[in-house]
Design a protein around this ligand. Structure first.
Ligand code: NCD
Length: 305
């Protein structure tokens, strides 16, 4: 039995097969409509979510399966003091696969160790968010045609943004990558990530101004300032509108640069950018459904002939 805790749990070859499957699903949806008939997905969400939870549920429903779960810790027995380890033992009696989001880093891993069904980490604190990373990678691979030889600018809250940490981790295995980290000083990328890049000899830069780097980018990955992980409100208010990508700044970008965002967006991308063909963040959310369908099939070991 296999779980997904970290994007590195899959080899590059396994990821390629997963993305091929996701692309096949994209073009042949009806063929997959009953692939998970009789199977159940549990979504255990101890932290707010719109996209991740609903895209998991949509993915399972598209596959002909059913879904059950809870969307907030207060409505589960966690409010009575039940441990994640006990909860997953129970969920293992009710469902065939589980997606879990938790504010504590490592909680889905604790669950996986006690589980009798595959567990997918749907975001653990500021740590990892592997299915968002799979979504981001499928979007880049499909729309850019490759996952190597890319200059990627990551902009915003690089300190607390788990999607950023997961994505860099995953992309660091591909050839010819170059990272540009764009953030205010207070929200810099953690040292453990720059250490990893140095060790692997992957070039990166850290800058504050977005405008200067725009012309060099193949991908611009915008992120929201992670309000819920701040220790005080004042710092959040000071930093929340540090970057606002607008039409004027988009003029500095190459014609084929793609703008990604894991969403939800707050103010960091002005709505007037939405109509720009380079803005692919809503398409990205659609790819999130295809890749989660592919992931559910893979972890349940279901093959559609
Ligand atoms: C992200 C998350 O939860 O980390 N959202 C998502 O799953 N698409 C990004 C965010 O909340 O900023």
């Amino acid at each position: 039995m296999r779980h997904l805790m970290n994007p590195l749990d899959f080899t590059v070859e396994e990821l390629d097969s997963l993305f091929d499957l996701a692309n096949d699903i994209e073009h042949n949806m009806p063929r997959y409509a009953h692939a998970c008939a009789g199977k159940k997905l549990a979504t255990c969400f101890y932290e707010p979510s719109t996209r991740t939870r609903l895209s998991f549920e949509a993915a399972m429903l598209n596959l002909g399966g059913s879904v059950l779960g809870f969307a907030d810790a207060d409505s589960s027995s966690a409010a009575k003091g039940e441990s994640v380890a006990d909860t997953i033992r129970i969920i293992s009696c009710y469902a065939d696969i589980c997606a879990m989001r938790h504010p504590k880093e490592g909680a889905p891993l604790v669950a996986a160790e006690k589980s009798r069904i595959p567990v997918i980490n749907a975001g653990d604190g500021g740590h990892q968010h592997p299915t968002q990373t799979l979504t981001d990678m499928l979007t880049i691979r499909t729309l850019k045609g490759r996952l190597d030889h890319l200059t990627i600018g990551l902009c915003g809250d690089l300190k607390f943004g788990r999607t950023v940490h997961s994505l860099i981790n995953a992309l660091s295995r591909y050839e010819g990558m170059r990272f540009i980290f764009i953030s205010p000083d207070e929200l810099r990328i953690p040292d453990y990530i720059t250490e990893m890049l140095k060790e692997k000899g992957i070039p990166y830069e850290e800058v504050i101004r977005l405008e200067d780097k725009m012309p060099q980018l193949d991908i611009l990955y915008m992120t929201r300032v992670q309000k819920e992980r701040f220790f005080n409100e004042e710092d959040y208010i000071r930093l929340k509108d540090f970057y606002i990508l607008d039409k004027k700044k988009m003029k500095l970008a190459p014609a084929d640069m793609l703008v990604l965002h894991p969403l939800p967006r707050v103010n960091e991308i002005s709505v007037d950018v939405d109509d720009d063909p380079r803005a692919v963040y809503f398409q990205q959310a659609q790819y999130g459904v295809y890749v989660r369908m592919a992931l559910i099939l893979t972890l349940l070991n279901i093959h559609v002939g």
